[in-house]
Unconditional design. Sequence first.
Length: 299
Amino acid sequence: MKSPAARILLAVLVVTVVAACGNARVVKREGGRPSSAPAAAPAGSAIPRDGRYEVRQGDTLYGIAFRHGLDYREVARWNGIAPPYTIYPGQRLRLRSDAGPAAGGTSVTGMPAPRPATGTVATAPPRGPATPATTPATRPPGAPTNPPVAANPPATTPVPPATPSPPLPSTPATGVQGAWRWPANGQVIGRFVAGDPKRQGLDIAGNAGDPVLAAADGVVVYSGAGLVGYGELIIVKHSDEWLSAYAHNRRRLVGEGAQVRAGQQIAELGRTGTSRDMLHFEVRRNGKPVDPLQVLPPR
């Protein structure tokens, strides 16, 4: 028979074990991973507090401007970067006019106005089908020692050259409808909401592999997967003012620098960066999101 002291000690141990179990957190695991995953990062990025951004391998000026909701011409002007907008890994760019001097840039005083892009932005390694190379630009004085990333090699299946289209009208409500077409045929399941960073365009339902079409004539200025929340993304420049973006593709069929025509297939619809098969389509004017329904023709 156990002594009274032994019984008391046993009771204390039982109470301690029960209390510890009550405080334990049980994580259910399936296949060696927690059953719940963190939510995907929202599309787009806020401008850093110091107003500067460090260029990473694979960045382009257009992609950086798009990610932060800026006009690429303004970013170029603030950093003294002239066409073809060559940037270097490690270079720090100003994303605000009051952000102070940027490393690797030159004075913006008297900088010529940017011209429409006619070829590949020579800053990124191939991320989609190879496209014609451009002549490397001369590095500005004071630029970092990192050499510019070589432009993409010639395409194995070159995109046929597009006939240059006239500049789009300056007001989207007057006349632009005739110059644009729908990028996919599916049902609209999400609409533009001004000021909502997660609803800056249209979500168009579809099936994996459905064709994604260029909404208007232009040149591809971004083709890659470097913008969080957009998956496999293509950005097409239609004029100095207008860009369109095609996100969540299963496969990109055009690379940077490719000339495309309205209605030309540029990608296959998919679900990269999202939970269902769909196309996320955005239109930007001077870097700012515009309701695509203002420029697309009525269905």
